[in-house]
Design a protein around this ligand. Structure first.
Ligand code: SF4
Length: 489
């Protein structure tokens, strides 16, 4: 395990290299010097998401769309925000954090995630149609001390990237800022409806530098967006984007695609709006029929999912598309080795403290109020994930709930996990009933698409980093560290 002194020296070395790279990329003849920036990004992320980095390196050629994108981000982001995002997100989380997490995984015989999602609150100031959070009110909250303890214990194990979901995390704006200020070597991505974003808040975020935003948006038309989210919601988001842009912050969108909105939220009008408003990423989440009363009828059809498969690849293509980093987590599993849950890459803590494998998988044996964070990671439900991964070679069928519906009941039973739904407990068998027809209808298209790109049926990685277990990854990273030291010298 790296000592504090060695860590400080390494951080300093990265900081100097990043300063030099950014200076080169901001000055004259920067197109010729951009390789240094790309190499630095590659260095920081190559073990975390090697497929993505290889794609970036191929995409960043002189005069290309993604080089223009990079220069636009550098020119229009507050320098402190940009550097802090690279240092905390790139160095502390994706580079050093990944190494520390994998070493701790091997040492403790459990997965240690390098990303944690947590819900500071179940409360929300909105009453969106179909969302349970508004009905449940503000009864569930993690206290500031509980959030602080979670981050402190998790960062000691290596985790430095925290995503805040809810409820609406900015209902707890003061605590969010306090946490970011205290944990200034971490980065926080806030999933928000943006209605509570104001000038003073943006000013503070600009000063801190370690908060980015993923804003919920479902249409480029106010009337459609507001029909579900309430009158004025669309304008609130537009105003928040303008404030974030004015303060040089980093932000993008988070959108759930359903049978009712897939075409609209992936339309040219939608992407153009996001680009015009300065969004840097567009995250897409496939609708999941979890929670009391969730309708299976809202799941996209196989045709819609295939459309999203092609559309998102087109949007983020090297040529054409839009200058925004679009990802569809359900169709992009191949870049991260399939399912990332159960602590392999990430896990979720709800507003009651239950530690769940994934924000969509509401079964657990552990709660942060009952023991240490490490104890929570050793829970049987996470060990069930760990021992079974990977359960499928086809990463267009990555999920133990959605595309492999028998897997979830098996793991819950084996682990003896309980349901963590806030309102009404749901059995894994009833979830299986909801998702099995979807899985069967998607399988032929998933197989067709997968075999078109991977004729052997298996993705051949240029290296094994994405798919190996955390233990194996730890061994590989240790071997590579000698090479990393040489790069920093
Ligand atoms: S459990 Fe399903 S939704 Fe969650 S990370 Fe894995 S594949 Fe994605």
């Amino acid at each position: 395990m790296q000592s504090k002194i060695a860590h400080a020296a390494e951080r300093k070395a990265f900081s100097v290299v990043i300063d030099q790279a950014l200076k080169a990329a901001s000055g004259e003849d920067r197109a010729e010097k951009v390789d240094k920036v790309v190499d630095m990004a590659g260095k920081l992320l190559k073990d975390t998401a090697p497929g993505v980095v290889r794609g970036l390196k191929t995409a960043l050629y002189p005069g290309g769309k993604w080089e223009d994108f990079l220069f636009d981000v550098i020119d229009n982001t507050d320098p402190h925000v940009f550097k802090t995002a690279i240092m905390n997100g790139g160095y502390e989380a994706a580079f050093r954090g990944l190494r520390t997490c994998t070493e701790n995984a091997a040492k403790n015989g459990c997965n240690v995630p390098w990303i944690i999602l947590f819900d500071p609150t179940s409360a929300c100031n909105k009453h969106c149609v179909g969302c349970w959070a508004a009905d449940y009110g503000n009864r569930l909250n993690l206290t500031y001390d509980e959030c602080d303890k979670l981050i402190t214990e998790a960062s000691a194990l290596g985790t430095h990237l925290f995503m805040l979901t809810g409820g609406e995390p900015l209902v707890r704006k003061g605590d969010v800022l306090k946490l970011a200020e205290k944990h200034n070597d971490c980065i926080f991505n806030i999933f928000t409806n943006a209605s509570l974003v104001d000038e003073a808040f943006c000013q503070k975020v600009q000063e801190l530098g370690n908060i980015v935003f993923s804003v919920s948006l479902e249409s480029y038309e106010a009337s459609v967006n507001d029909g579900r989210r309430g009158d004025g919601s669309f304008e609130e988001v537009m105003r928040a984007f303008d404030l974030m842009k004015k303060h040089g912050l980093l932000y993008g969108t988070s959108t759930c695609y359903t049978r009712a909105n897939t075409e609209r939220v992936s339309s040219d009008q939608f992407f153009q709006l996001l680009v015009d408003k300065g969004c840097r990423w567009a995250w897409y989440f496939h609708y999941m029929p979890v929670g009391e009363g969730a309708s299976a009828d809202l799941m996209p059809t196989p045709e819609q999912r295939e459309y999203m498969f092609h559309r998102i690849r087109e949007v983020r293509g090297f040529e054409g598309g839009y200058p925004i980093f679009a990802m569809d987590f359900q169709n992009d599993g191949e870049y991260v080795g399939g399912c990332i849950a159960g602590g392999r890459v990430y896990c979720h803590v709800n507003a009651r403290g239950d530690v769940e494998p994934c924000v969509f998988i509401h079964y657990s044996n552990a709660n942060i109020r009952d023991g240490s964070w490490l104890d929570c990671l050793k829970q049987p439900m996470f060990q069930a994930y760990r021992s079974r991964y990977p359960w499928n070679d086809n990463m267009l069928q990555p999920c133990p709930m959605l595309e492999n519906p028998t897997m979830l009941p098996e793991m819950v039973k084996e682990a003896g996990a309980h349901c963590t739904e806030y309102v009404t407990p749901v059995t894994p068998e009833s979830i299986e009933e909801r998702t099995a027809p979807y899985a069967a209808s998607w399988a032929p298209t998933a197989n067709k698409l997968w075999l078109e790109e991977h004729p052997t049926g298996k993705k051949i990685y240029a290296d094994k980093m994405s798919t190996v277990s955390q233990d194996e990854k730890g061994r590989m990273l240790m071997e590579m560290d000698t090479e990393n030291e040489a790069v920093l010298d």
